[in-house]
Design a protein around this ligand. Structure first.
Ligand code: NAD
Length: 243
């Protein structure tokens, strides 16, 4: 049985990825920071598919805690074959008024946190000469977005990190890819007004917001051997919004 860790899997896209990975035959470690009930619900959903699951709590913005999350996942389920760097936050605001804290917390969680987790998982993957790392970037990391300089910088940074990692680790059999979701219906985007949602749908050729399952299928594919010759890429999953 293959093993995957999904960071931020207590709800939303991460929870859907955990279930899709289980359906693809992975035992899944469910990362979360605060929502224990949500993480336990994801664990139950993975077990319902017939795979093993474990919760791994920790604030990935903290380097030591992120490393502990990876170690706890491997202690519970075995060496990682796949790592999904999904945990992320938003602290939106126009640049002129953005506080240092709003800038830093988004960089710390979305970019540094993903770096800490990937670095911790990489040692074992390189030794075993196998592994797939998937970074959940965003269409905003490719296009920018007014009111999200912190988030766009972190998500663009993830793309640079992923491509560099793909070049560093490819010869050791480790793949790294990024995905760029468009607007997906989750708690994170529930805060957007109906007007903004309608505008986004208007700019999306497929004429709707995405669902977590739309993203999870791509993540499961990138974690599986079906994508064995794909590395260093950024795949949009956005209904055509970003083209
Ligand atoms: P969400 O807010 O529903 O879930 C975020 C998850 O990250 C939660 O499980 C939360 O516990 C976890 N998390 C947050 N901070 C953490 C920390 N410091 N340590 C560990 N875990 C932490 O969001 P979502 O919409 O499901 O988004 C998931 C990912 O997809 C994020 O990286 C987000 O930026 C990205 N994304 C979302 C959309 C969208 O439209 N929803 C679009 C593009 C990219």
């Amino acid at each position: 049985m293959s093993v995957a860790l999904v960071t931020g899997a207590s709800r939303g896209i991460g929870a859907a990825c955990a279930v899709a990975l289980a359906q693809a035959g992975f035992d899944v470690a469910v990362g979360y920071v605060a929502d224990e009930a949500g993480a336990n619900a994801t664990v139950e959903a993975v077990r319902a598919v017939g795979c093993q699951a474990a919760v791994v709590q920790g604030d990935i913005a903290d380097s030591a805690a992120a490393e502990a999350v990876v170690n706890a996942a491997e202690d519970a389920l075995g060496p990682l074959d796949a790592l999904v760097l999904n945990a992320g936050i938003t602290r939106d605001g126009l640049m002129m008024r953005m506080s240092d804290d709003d800038w830093q917390s988004v960089i710390d969680t979305n970019l540094s946190g993903s770096f800490y987790c990937a670095r911790a998982a990489l040692r074992g993957m390189m030794k075993r000469r196998a592994g797939s790392i998937v970074a959940v970037s965003s269409v905003v990391g490719l296009m920018g977005n007014a009111g999200q300089v912190n988030y766009a910088a972190a998500k663009a940074g993830l793309i640079g990190m992923t491509k560099s990692l793909a070049k560093e680790a490819g010869a050791r059999g480790v793949r790294a890819n990024a995905i760029a979701p468009g607007y997906i219906s989750t708690d994170m985007t529930d805060v957007l007004s109906d007007d903004i949602k309608e505008q986004l749908i208007g700019h999306t050729p497929l004429g709707r917001l995405g669902t977590p399952d739309d993203v999870a299928g791509l993540v499961a594919f990138l974690c599986s051997d079906a994508s064995a010759f794909i590395t260093g890429t950024v795949i949009p999953v956005d209904g055509g919004l970003g083209m």
